[in-house]
Design a protein around this ligand. Structure first.
Ligand SMILES: [Ca+2]
Ligand SMILES: [Ca+2]
Length: 156
C-alpha cells in the first residue's frame, strides 16, 4: 500500500497515507478482527485473608462491554456461601469483582464464563464466536482463613 491522498474534507491538502489515516482516526491495520480475551484474574486484596469480602481484578486484552454477573463464577474449595456481591468499573478493559467469602476456610478463585455476551467495540465476542471458548479458569487464589471461628470451641 502507499500513495498520497487528497480529500474534500481536508480542503484538498495532500497527505501521505499514514497521516491521512491518522487524520481520520484510523490505523493502517484495518478493522478490528481480533477477539477479546481474558488476560488475567488477579487479587486486589491481601492473601491469606480473614476478611468478609475480597476483590478480584479481571483484565481483558482490550476494552469490552456486556459483562454481567452470569459471566463470573466463584470457585470455592473448602468453603460454603461464597458469592459475587458487587461488580464495579465495568465495562472497560478491566472489571473489579467483589466476592463475599462465606464461611469456612479454604481457597477462592474467580472464573470467567464466556457466553458470547462480552464483546469488544467491533462487536466480536470474548474468545470469538462460540460459548466457552473465552473461558478463563486459572486466576489467582485467595487463601481464606477463618480460624477465629473455631477458637471458642478450642477454648472450651
Ligand atoms: Ca478486538
Ligand atoms: Ca466466545
Amino acid at each position: 500500500m502507499g500513495g498520497r491522498f487528497a480529500n474534500v474534507n481536508n480542503n484538498g491538502i495532500v497527505l501521505p497515507e499514514a497521516d491521512y489515516l491518522a487524520a481520520y482516526g484510523m490505523t493502517n491495520d484495518g478493522p478490528d478482527t481480533t477477539p477479546p480475551t481474558v488476560v488475567s484474574v488477579t487479587r486486589l486484596d491481601p492473601s491469606p485473608t480473614n476478611a468478609a469480602s475480597v476483590r478480584f481484578l479481571v483484565t481483558f486484552s482490550e476494552a469490552v462491554s456486556g459483562q454481567d454477573v452470569s459471566n463470573f463464577h466463584v470457585e470455592a474449595s473448602g468453603m460454603t456461601g461464597a458469592s459475587i456481591t458487587q461488580m464495579s468499573n465495568c465495562p472497560g478493559a478491566t472489571c473489579t469483582i467483589t466476592v463475599g467469602v462465606g464461611s469456612g476456610s479454604g481457597t477462592l478463585r474467580l472464573d470467567v464464563w464466556d457466553d458470547d455476551t462480552i464483546k469488544d467495540a467491533a462487536n466480536i465476542p470474548l474468545g470469538g464466536i462460540g460459548i466457552g471458548n473465552g473461558d478463563f479458569t486459572s486466576g489467582e487464589l485467595y487463601d481464606v482463613q477463618h480460624y477465629e471461628l473455631y477458637l471458642p470451641f478450642i477454648l472450651k
